[in-house]
Design a protein around this ligand. Structure first.
Ligand code: UDP
Ligand code: MG
Length: 135
């Protein structure tokens, strides 16, 4: 099934000029970049985006981090895009990520793991809407 999913290139990767490298990887893996914009969000916006994690011990750090510098938000489209993006990203902890995945190649730590990807159909819809809502 052709799906759309939300991808974020996080501050650590933007800062290291990895945007084009990561975009090329998505394209090579047959995920089309339908929309892309470079933005910086406030801590409140990060808190809203990550509210699913609000009870977690790492929540405050995560929100500070996502709002700490420019990010690139993208809508990716392709066959099984949600699952495919998660596969291309690799495990949350770069140390556990499979060879060749974005997090294995470029992730610094479990906090600074270079990319975000929606994890379900509902969350993909919600997250795309969060960043690309047409007013
Ligand atoms: N995170 C963290 N410490 C943890 C678990 C997660 O800093 O112990 C951060 C990490 O940046 C991760 C984000 O919180 O990407 C969201 O966590 P989730 O479990 O949803 O991982 P993801 O879906 O990004 O793989
Ligand atoms: Mg997640």
């Amino acid at each position: 099934m052709i799906e759309q999913t939300l991808s974020i290139i996080k501050p650590d990767a933007v800062e290291r000029n990895l945007v084009e490298t990561i975009k090329k990887k998505f394209s090579q893996e047959k995920l089309k970049i339908l929309k892309s914009k470079k933005i910086q969000i406030s801590k409140d916006e990060a808190a809203e985006f990550y509210k699913i994690h609000q009870t977690k011990p790492f929540y405050d750090r995560l929100c500070n981090y996502l709002s700490s510098g420019p990010i690139v938000v993208m809508v990716l489209e392709g066959e099984n895009a949600i699952k495919e993006n998660r596969r291309i990203m690799g495990s949350t902890n770069p140390k556990e990520a499979a060879e060749g995945t974005i997090r294995k190649l470029y992730g610094i730590s479990i906090d600074k793991n270079s990319v975000h990807g929606s994890d379900s159909t509902d969350n993909a819809k919600q997250e795309i809407n969060f960043f690309f809502k047409i007013n």
